[in-house]
Ligand binder design. Structure first.
Ligand SMILES: [Zn+2]
Length: 453
């Protein structure tokens, strides 16, 4: 017994001496975040009392007030709003679609793509299906004019990086309607950008080229796209579409900013952020309620453990990432106007899933420094430190002096929820959400202590 006690004492003492103050601080950060439900509670309030919050909407106004009040309640050193001009588009109340086979009419759920014009009554026509924009172009005007184009391009399920799969199919949503309109189509429907096999249609931004007639554009669920494609392969199929979405003049909303002031280098900024807006369906829980509450949590937990940062730690909750990145662009303009030195910016916009590490956009020096943190972060399950995409909101901050980091998470389920009615609070795991916040806070701490290169 005595021997065991002695051994325990010796082991404890030795390990105590070899543990650096960095790893002790990281343990404190993880202890604080995992021991508090603040992050998850904030997400519940954002999702359940405000819900979805498209930029320009009254819900986005409510989210801005909520974020400002939450930052104030956490007693950050500075809390303020930055005006941003945002577009305003409304889905309207009517979204109906059906297809006709002989004497049968089959209704199916659809979601207008963000920015689409309405149908002004019912639009109908025979479907012409294409597997890609290139295939559509090859069909030419005589096959497409007067018809409804169905772009049935699935995301590539063989890619392990689902973001790359999304990028590979993104063109059917962003440019599909313009390409179809150029060939005289009357409407464009697309297969949703998802890897899930279900009946949730997924919306998202689209825009019209300047030289085309604006035709309505909407998404079908993956399951309905499959059913429709089976019919289209066998026989002519008529499609009916009715939507009353509409665009309005731009309006002013705000980026919400909260800071912990730096003690010795207050003019150097480390930004953490996510986007406050979401698409106008579901609750914007993964996209990007998670990034919002994690960014708030970074400042809350550093303050709670009594950490006194050298540099100013700034939480930026950007407005309108989804439909033009106005918040990110305006923020970067303000940074240039004020001549603020941004040391590093870290974004979370890949959903509240288990963190794996960080993606980095920056110099070789930045990358070396990030890699030097590896041994401290690996015990917390963070092992992926790669060059790669950081985030839409922070992308306009890109310059050779700023390290841009994106929280890298397990991406396998993100597109099941992304931009759909299924992106709800219940689909975010509390622990995974917290681990993401703790990972961001840990990186902020290490960058503040050791610099970026
Ligand atoms: Zn997002």
């Amino acid at each position: 017994m005595r021997f065991n006690s002695l051994l325990f004492f010796l082991l404890f003492t030795v390990s105590g001496f070899t543990q650096t103050s960095d790893s002790l601080t990281l343990e404190k950060i993880y202890g604080e975040v995992l021991g508090s439900s603040s992050c998850y509670d904030n997400l519940r309030v954002l999702c359940k009392t405000i819900g979805h919050r498209l930029a320009g909407s009254p819900q986005a106004d409510a989210a801005i007030s909520w974020a400002e009040n939450t930052a104030l309640a956490n007693d950050f050193d500075t809390v303020y709003l930055m005006p941003v001009s945002v577009p305003r588009w409304e889905r309207g109340f009517t979204e109906r679609a059906s297809f006709v086979l002989g004497n049968d009419t089959v209704a199916l759920p659809i979601r207008a793509l963000g920015g689409s014009v309405g149908t002004q009554g019912v639009v109908q026509g025979e479907i012409v299906m294409a597997r890609s924009i290139e295939e559509l172009r090859e069909m030419g005007r005589e096959k497409v004019a007067g018809k409804i184009v169905f772009l049935n391009k699935p995301m590539n399920a063989l890619l392990i990086n689902t973001g790359a799969a999304y990028g590979g199919a993104f063109d059917i949503r962003s440019q599909g309607a313009s390409e179809a309109a150029r060939l005289g189509a009357v409407a464009c429907i697309i297969r949703s950008l998802t890897l899930a096999d279900d009946r949730y249609p997924h919306t998202g931004a689209m825009s019209y080229a300047e030289d085309v007639v604006k035709i309505p554009a909407a998404a079908l669920s993956s399951a309905d796209a499959y059913t429709l494609s089976q019919h289209c392969a066998k026989e002519p199929v008529r499609f009916l579409l009715e939507m009353n979405c509409k665009s309005y003049p731009r309006t002013t909303q705000y980026n919400v900013i909260g800071e912990l002031k730096g003690s010795t280098l207050p003019e150097e900024y480390i930004v953490v952020g996510g986007h406050l807006d979401s698409w106008d369906i579901g609750e914007g829980a993964h996209d990007d309620g998670a990034g919002v509450v994690q960014s708030i949590e970074v400042l809350r937990c550093l303050k709670a453990i009594g950490y006194q940062p050298k540099r100013t730690i700034r939480c930026v909750l950007f407005i309108n990432e989804e439909f033009g990145n106005d918040g990110g662009i305006t923020y970067a303009e303000q940074v240039r106007l004020r001549n603020e030195y941004h040391f590093a910016a870290i974004e979370s916009d890949g959903g509240g899933f288990s963190p794996r590490g960080f993606n980095l956009e920056g110099s070789d020096g930045h990358f070396e420094r990030l890699n030097s943190f590896r041994s401290l972060l690996e015990p917390f399950g963070l092992y992926q430190f790669k060059r790669g995409w950081s985030g839409v909101d922070i992308a306009p901050l890109k310059n050779e002096r700023t390290a841009l980091c994106g929280l890298s998470v397990d991406t396998q389920r993100y597109f099941d929820y992304h931009h759909s009615d299924n992106d709800r609070f219940e689909n975010v795991n509390k622990r995974e959400l917290q681990l993401g916040a703790a990972a961001m806070a840990s990186l902020v701490y290490l960058i503040d202590q050791h610099g970026t290169e």
